[in-house]
Design a protein around this ligand. Structure first.
Ligand code: 16G
Ligand code: ZN
Length: 524
């Protein structure tokens, strides 16, 4: 079999390139939706080739996550539900910028270089978030995939983590779960219901759905949870605009309540982002202050829960936590000193965290922005299973840990799965949000965006905690930081927006803000 170049070029001619250079970044391609049809067509082609190369189903997720509704984007999902392999990211970038008339030879070059078998059976699985541009972009992906092979599966509207889950289920012949949306709800809800203890009051929670896909999906989940949970969904897309003054990104950056939700003191609230792969908890304290429980709070809670189960069962596994430079200094200290687990800091972007987490028997990773999950290695699962079967005291904790594994979407951070994970731990510890928040106190922190002429001038090292260029900038930052109690600050070029990001934390709110603005001034 070979690629039918004539058909390819006639279809491709309907998808001419705009005068823009596309780059496959940490979040795939992301830009204004009206520029993306040609990219989607080309990603359909690439996904089909990737599927043949891996002899497995490959996912294509159409989303721009927390970005404005006018934007869209696309990410490829590898066979085990993980991010696209690095070496294929460069194929993605070159194909996305390839003129229609050159596509045939570009594809042939990929076939040759990777040695893939064009006769291999393949399938492209696609889904999209709720953006109105998604349907047309999905059609372009399908047109691309069909130029290589006829099989594809369109799952319509799903959250990003649901598609990651489905891809993994398909490629493990159902061992990870049933490869359907219903299978996803069933797997998570079964594990959740098994793990609930006590006769606690029915769980009530208010969900800010960011006017996106997560709003509808959590309503679906509620049906599987019966009376155990009472979820009220706000910002469900019926009136507001996607990610507009709501959603996890807005809440994290502005450190305030999202619009569109009324909250009484101590009510439990969560915010999802636009494709439901991030979650944050928040509440209003008795002093009427806004309290945010972010990714760092989740990783500390989860790591201490797992550590506790392992030590009760006297099972020695290598448990570690992965963070980025954005992690609050207090969370790192708490993990190292109180939970007593190793902590690694890596560059921003899910794939960097995921990759590092694979080095542990059990790796817990979270970005402060609320994206994260837990990965259990095969070795860990086998050991836990063998302990669960032992008929003495160890077995109880390890059976619980096995159920806990089923609660986790290990493929990627998942707002819905993380919600059930956190609720399970809170239930078992008998904690409310205030108890959880009191495990340690965050340092006040501030993030700023700075518009500069060319953000690529900023070069960073040490997991983005220091800059090497422009010359002298790091020395200036060091000087400012050293003058502030518990001060820490760094700058990095954004991978998703044309801005430089500034982060600062310090002992007090006013010192933090002063530090952030002073550092931002050095970046201009
Ligand atoms: C992307 C990343 C996210 C990261 C964010 C940083 C993935 C799937 N997503 O959304 O993890 O936090 O970029 O954005 O990797 P920034 O580079 O603009 O700060
Ligand atoms: Zn997202």
């Amino acid at each position: 079999m070979s690629i039918n170049i004539e058909t390819l070029q006639s279809v491709a001619s309907q998808y001419p390139l705009p005068a823009v250079k596309f780059t496959y970044g940490t979040a795939g391609f992301r830009t204004k939706a009206d520029l993306l049809e040609p990219v989607m067509f080309r990603m359909g082609l690439l996904a089909a080739l990737r599927s043949k190369a891996t002899q497995a189903s490959i996912g294509v997720m159409i989303t721009a996550s927390h970005n404005p509704v006018e934007d869209n984007g696309v990410k490829l999902i590898d066979p085990m539900g993980e991010m696209l392999k690095d070496s294929w990211e460069s194929y993605a970038t070159s194909l996305a910028n390839c003129r229609a008339e050159d596509l045939g030879s570009a594809l042939e070059a990929i076939v040759k270089e990777t040695g893939l078998d064009l006769n291999a059976k393949s399938c492209v699985c696609l889904a999209r978030d709720t953006r109105p541009s998604g349907l047309k972009l999905a059609e372009a992906v399908i047109e691309g995939a069909k130029c290589i092979q006829k099989d594809y599966q369109d799952y319509g509207i799903l959250s990003t983590p649901q598609l990651h889950y489905i891809v993994r289920c398909i490629n493990t012949n159902g061992q990870y779960g049933e490869p359907t949306e219903e299978g996803y709800y069933r797997k998570l809800s079964n594990a959740f219901l098994k793990l609930q203890i006590g006769d606690q009051a029915k769980l009530g929670v208010k969900v800010d759905g960011a006017n996106g896909v997560g709003a509808d999906k959590i309503k679906q989940l509620q049906k599987y949870l019966g009376n155990s949970v009472n979820i009220s969904v706000f910002n469900d897309g019926t009136s507001g605009k996607l990610n507009d003054k709501c959603g996890a990104d807005y809440v994290k950056i502005n450190q305030c309540l999202p619009e569109g939700i009324r909250v009484q003191p101590h009510e439990k609230c969560v915010s999802f982002d636009g494709d439901a792969d991030r979650i944050l908890y928040f509440y209003i304290g008795k002093d009427n202050e806004f309290k945010l429980l972010d990714g760092d709070k989740m990783s500390t809670l989860i790591a201490s829960f797992i550590k506790d189960l392992l030590s009760k069962a006297n099972l020695k596994l290598n448990l570690g936590v992965i963070q980025t430079a954005y992690a609050n200094g207090r969370s790192t200290e708490y993990l190292q000193k109180s939970v007593d687990v190793p902590v690694s800091c890596v560059k921003t972007g899910v794939k960097h965290l995921h990759h590092k987490a694979l080095e542990y028997d059990i790796g817990v990773y979270f970005e402060a922005n609320g994206h994260g999950t837990v990965i259990f290695s095969d070795v860990a699962v086998e050991k836990i299973k063998s302990y669960a079967l032992l008929s003495h005291i160890r077995s109880k904790e390890m059976s619980e840990l096995l159920d806990f594994i089923n609660l986790v979407n290990e493929t990627v951070g998942d707002a819905i799965s993380d919600f059930l994970v956190i609720e399970t731990i809170l239930n078992r510890k008998g904690y409310n949000l205030n108890d959880w928040n009191s495990m340690y106190s965050d340092l006040p922190n501030r993030q700023l965006k700075v518009k500069v002429k060319d953000r690529t001038v900023i070069k960073t090292i040490k997991a983005e905690t220091e800059t090497t260029s422009p010359e002298g900038l790091q020395e200036e930052i060091n000087k400012l930081v050293s003058a502030v109690k518990a001060g820490r600050s760094f700058v990095r070029p954004s991978g998703t927006e044309d801005v430089v990001r500034v982060y600062a934390e310090a002992e007090t709110r006013s010192l933090t803000d002063e530090l952030a603005y002073a550092v931002a001034n050095k970046v201009y």
